[in-house]
Design a protein around this ligand. Sequence first.
Ligand code: ZN
Length: 169
Amino acid sequence: MNVMLDLRPGLKRRIWAHLLQNGLEQVAFAFAGVAGADPMVLNPKEAYLAPPDDFALQTGDCIELGDEARARIIKHAWDTETALVEFHSHPTDRRPAMFSGSDLAGFAEFVPHCRWRLRGRPYLALVVNPVGVDALVWTAHPRSPIALNAIRLGYGRRIVPSHRTIAAI
Ligand SMILES: [Zn+2]
């Protein structure tokens, strides 16, 4: 199954500028329409750039959203009938992008809950660093994410994830 994320260049610039603004990990969400089965295309309508108040914990290599922020973000996806696209950054990592073990542990807890709340809509997570992106998509089994094929920026421009995480799990 193929999955694409269509991201307008202006929205991409805003999200990346937020994620890589300093040496701290940052988080953003996009609320996306979903079209097609294969390829499935996620098309964000709007973005939410999480401010410091949203976090229970925020350091150079660890970040955790507070319960209130999580609940509010899921509710907004529900109200707008969109799927959640989560972005977070590893701002000081210059190797090809890859989720950490603690990222994966967090997904094991959060993604099934979120997909249950959103009636099984897909969940896309991306990790962004100064050199690239990696991504995982949950479309069916809660413990078995699949790869995102590409982020399409329009005019044939695309970002292909490193796929390092999917190769390792
Ligand atoms: Zn991480």
